[in-house]
Design a protein around this ligand. Structure first.
Ligand code: ZN
Length: 154
């Protein structure tokens, strides 16, 4: 395989229908872990399209929704916990993370950036918009990301 061919891994546009209009603003690669394994629930994709729509409307200009992390294997979670600690030991990684593949791709960590200025959208604003479309949102992480998931749908 050529390097060019391999680099197109997961370069697949994901389609969802929002307000009767077909949207394809996200690609499978954005939902992949470090190994390139990807899992995404269609309702997660739809919620992300809604968040993007609302942030664009609020800003009155194009806003990028940047996905930082979606699905994690048990090994991914162990590596993350080694770095950030488990929540029951004062860290920030839950042993029963909604990012685990057994939950079917229902959790996302994200940030948002105003496209033209490259300014980050405040974490609290991203959190507020995510609360409209997700069941659970946590927006007080020190690195500025917002966690959102659909645990209420399980
Ligand atoms: Zn998360």
């Amino acid at each position: 395989m050529s390097e060019n061919f391999s680099s197109r891994r997961n370069e697949v546009r994901l389609l969802s229908t929002l307000d009767g209009v077909e949207m394809a603003n996200f690609r499978l690669r954005e939902f992949a872990n470090a190994e390139g394994l990807a899992m995404v629930h269609p309702e997660l994709l739809l919620a992300l399209e809604r968040v993007r729509r609302d942030l664009n409307a609020m800003a009155g200009e194009n806003v990028w929704v940047i996905i930082k992390d979606v699905v994690r294997t048990e090994a991914d979670l162990q590596r993350l916990a080694a770095r950030l600690g488990w929540t029951d030991e004062g860290g920030s990684v839950s042993r029963d993370s909604m990012h685990l593949s057994k939950y079917g791709g229902i959790a996302v960590d994200l940030v948002a950036i105003v496209a033209k200025s490259r300014h980050p959208v405040p974490q609290v604003t991203v959190g507020e918009v995510c609360r409209r479309h997700f069941d659970f949102v946590k927006d007080d992480y020190a690195n500025g990301h917002v966690h959102a998931d659909l645990r209420g749908h399980l």
